[in-house]
Design a protein around this ligand. Structure first.
Ligand SMILES: [Zn+2]
Length: 385
């Protein structure tokens, strides 16, 4: 027998009592069917409800051929009458986000003459796919109109039109429908076939915020949040921007320009620093007697990208050079074309990544620097014999 869907009659119903019509156990998973239920089964892009039934946890809910199956944490006996309570915080969040999706999708589809070809409600954001391109500016215009519709507190009404009435009705639908069709109407925004649970008027959506518009297949994928999620998102982002602005000694609205200035300054300093390092390397090289066999230099604050140039400068005086830098980076330069052999000689005692040519190798080497210098010098002395 088909389960009576209390959530369709009243989406705000959180508690109920019902008799267990069927109780099954499959490989340690317990499922029960009730005469009637307020638990929404996963479907139409909306996740299943969770909650408590007869004192045990409801982990998942699915509909199969009109029967709603509740996956529960412990077995419950057939014939028993049980009390159920849905996790209202979770459900109301889905209701706000599902209704927000209808408002936004309805406005997008009527404005651009496109279809909504995908919908997923995640625990962080909801995503909607449309088969038309959409710019960020267009999406922001849609968001503005959606938030205006929210302010107007438009009733969200479910109805079950007759087949004849359906024929004359223009409504959105993601798939071919048969049997009794549930139509959800939001005057001026959307008419759509939907089995989900919704808030009773758009005011309860509170706000929608589009977070991203990405190209997807021949159209776009939009990420969005509504309701409490959107308000919390705004709160978090306000915290982030205020913290960033404080660090930059800027007003929040000046933060992007201030970040740009810091990045420019950073780039300039980086360039100057590299130039100074080159000069120092040349001076260090001048101090090395011509024809020196081995040179080892540890420069723990020098970034990997600047090591080559130092090794080149030192390599003009010394035959085999190793320079180590920031984050365990290294470069070995060999005027005797022994760079790889020298690197291999170190492999026994150190964990090494990277490679290169016989003239120069570079990468990451982990281990104690004094020991590294000792072994490198020993290996370089050896290759010259
Ligand atoms: Zn829907």
């Amino acid at each position: 027998m088909e389960t009576v869907k209390l959530y369709e009659q009243d989406a705000y119903r959180t508690t109920f009592s019902s008799v267990i019509e069927d109780s099954i156990s499959e490989k340690g998973i317990f499922k029960i069917a009730l005469r009637e239920t307020a638990f929404y089964p996963e479907g139409g892009g909306q996740p299943a409800d969770q909650g408590v039934l007869g004192g045990v946890k409801v982990l998942d809910v699915h509909e199969k051929e009109g029967v709603i199956w509740h996956t529960v944490s412990e077995p419950l006996p057939k014939g028993a009458v049980v009390d159920g309570e849905i996790d209202w915080v979770r459900r109301y969040d889905f209701m706000q986000n599902h209704s927000g999706e209808h408002v936004v999708s309805g406005i997008i589809c009527s404005t651009f003459g496109c279809s909504n070809v995908g919908f997923h409600m995640g625990s962080d954001v909801i995503t909607m796919d449309f088969n038309t391109p959409l710019t960020w500016e267009q999406a922001m215009e849609i968001e503005h109109r959606a938030n205006e519709a929210i302010g107007r507190q438009i009733p969200i009404v479910a109805s079950y039109p007759s087949p004849k009435e359906l024929e004359d009705l223009t409504y959105r639908s993601k798939k071919e429908l048969s049997g009794r069709v549930r139509i959800l109407s939001i005057d001026g925004c959307d008419i759509c076939a939907c089995c989900g649970t919704h808030v009773k008027n758009t005011g309860e959506i509170r706000m929608v915020k589009i977070l991203s518009v990405q190209n997807y297949k021949s159209g776009v994928r939009i990420s969005m949040v509504s309701g409490k999620r959107a308000i919390e998102d705004y709160g978090r982002k306000h915290e982030y921007i205020t913290a960033a602005a404080r660090l930059l000694s800027a007003k929040p609205e000046e933060t992007p320009a201030a970040v740009e200035r810091v990045l420019d300054e950073n780039g300039r300093l980086r360039y100057e620093m590299a130039e100074l390092r080159r000069r120092i390397a040349r001076l260090q090289a001048q101090a090395i007697p011509e024809g020196t066999k081995v040179c080892f230099l540890d420069e723990p604050s020098v970034p990997a990208r600047d090591l080559r140039e130092i090794a080149n400068a030192l390599g003009e005086r010394a035959k085999n050079v190793m320079v180590t830098g920031e984050n365990d980076s290294y470069v070995i330069k060999s005027a005797q074309n022994r760079a790889r052999i020298l690197l291999n000689a170190l492999k026994e005692n150190f964990s090494i990544q990277g490679g290169g040519s016989e003239q120069m190798v570079q990468g990451v080497i982990k281990g104690e620097r004094e020991e590294l210098e000792r072994l490198f010098r020993a290996a370089a002395e050896k290759v010259q014999e």
